[in-house]
Write a protein that binds this ligand. Structure first.
Ligand SMILES: [Fe+2]
Length: 411
């Protein structure tokens, strides 16, 4: 596991450096073309070095230091996020421009025409130059404003997403049964309890029958939950809170992992390859949970979990990584509803005007929302906290409110 973490600690600055150098190339050309002040380039280079060192230092401290998540670290991550994520917004346009230019060079090479004498344009029009300079700065500023908004606003703006899930032969006692879902809380990503208090208030209003928490309670350390222990205990539902573990709940020593499980269990029923039964109005269903299985982790024990559930009852499964739905559940078990999280929608998405786009779609087949296959359903929650930069662009934190209803019929 240590090798994996060190790989990430080194890989992240390399990716950041590549992005910075790519943009430096454009900045140099831009400054030269419009005769801007060359100090723009020097400032950019200085910030690049500063942010690279800060990013590496913060990540190393967060991973190996005596972890106490504090506001300074949050501000550092927010600043780094604004610096790098703003560029990610511009990246498709710049790449598009480069691809276009490259295609033109290749085309011209194979379609040689009479050489034209280049016309040297004298850029002496001062007002035109000022206008272009202003326009350039505004255009470059828009992504920074979008990212700043996502850091200061979207990341705290919890929304409730109501979902109705039809279940074949649902027992009458569970008609209208409500399941709230939180996922990927990542307690260490909060600098105050504001977002948690909002969740407590919303859950109080929604008054769900059960609350489920589908893993990634922390980033790397059980201490992250200590500051928010009071709020955690207030996340409640009428018939109980049920939880499973995520990949981040394993990135620690054995004794820390034990501590974390103890803290989680003090506020919810931790279903670690286990199954329990919920009663409602005289009927019963299984509520099961598996430990995490994903790249580098193989802790989910599906046969053990399945052996514990009552085969005569309908089943809800908590399973952090949605990839496991296709791998172990869909068409291979009789589990009607699987609740997952994990993807965070990579914290960047467009989900409006009928569009549903996110880099997460390149990595995960199901990265957010409801997915159905016959009588089996998967819901992927977009997460509450953050990993890496404390920001969410176009994909706010989510409380899901699932209502079960009897499916009319399914052929
Ligand atoms: Fe997560």
């Amino acid at each position: 596991m240590k090798t994996f973490i060190i790989f990430f600690l080194l890989a992240i600055p390399l990716i950041q450096l590549s992005v910075d150098l790519y943009f430096l190339r454009f900045l140099k050309k831009f400054v030269a073309k419009f005769n801007y002040n060359p100090s723009y380039v020097r400032v950019y280079k200085t910030l690049t070095v500063l942010f690279l060192l800060t990013s590496f230092g913060a990540n190393a401290f967060r991973t190996f230091g005596d972890f106490q998540y504090n506001n300074i670290l949050i501000i550092i991550y927010a600043t780094l996020g604004i610096w790098y994520y703003s560029k990610l917004i511009l990246l498709p346009f710049f790449l598009g421009f480069d691809i276009f230019k490259l295609s033109k060079i290749i085309y011209d090479k194979f379609n040689k025409k009479e050489e034209k004498i280049p016309v040297v344009e004298e850029n002496t029009n001062v007002s035109r130059r000022n206008f272009l300079e202003g326009a350039g700065i505004i255009t470059a500023g828009i992504p920074f404003l979008i990212v700043a908004n996502s850091t200061l606003n979207t990341v705290r703006n919890v929304r409730v997403i109501p979902v109705t899930v039809p279940v074949h032969n649902l027992p009458a006692g569970f008609e209208g049964f409500t399941i709230a879902q939180l996922s990927d809380i990542h307690f260490g990503s909060f600098y105050d309890s504001g977002i948690l208090n909002r969740c407590i208030l919303l859950l109080d209003r929604l008054n769900p029958d059960i609350l489920t928490i589908t893993g990634d309670f922390v980033n790397f350390n059980p201490k992250e939950m200590e500051d928010f222990y009071t709020e955690y205990k207030k996340l409640k539902a009428r018939k109980g809170v049920f939880a499973c573990l995520g990949n981040h709940d394993h990135y620690m020593s054995d004794s820390e992992r034990g501590d974390l499980r103890g803290i989680i269990s003090s506020g919810s029923v931790l279903l670690n390859n286990q199954s329990a039964i919920i009663e409602n109005r005289g009927d019963y269903i299984n509520i099961a949970g598996v430990d995490n299985s994903s790249k580098g982790q193989d802790f989910a024990d599906f046969p053990l979990m399945l052996s514990q559930k009552d085969p005569m009852l309908k089943s809800i499964l908590l399973c952090h990584n949605p990839r496991n739905w296709d791998k172990y559940i869909r068409g291979k078990t009789d589990i009607e509803l699987t609740l997952s999280g994990h993807t965070h929608g990579t914290q960047v998405a467009i989900e409006s005007f009928g569009l549903k786009l996110s880099p997460a779609g390149l990595i995960y087949k199901q990265w957010a929302g409801l997915h159905s296959h016959g009588n089996q359903h998967l819901y992927v929650n977009r997460g509450l906290g953050t990993v890496g930069p404390p920001m969410r662009i176009g994909i706010p934190p989510e409380i899901t409110l699932i209502t079960l209803k009897k499916a009319v019929s399914h052929v």
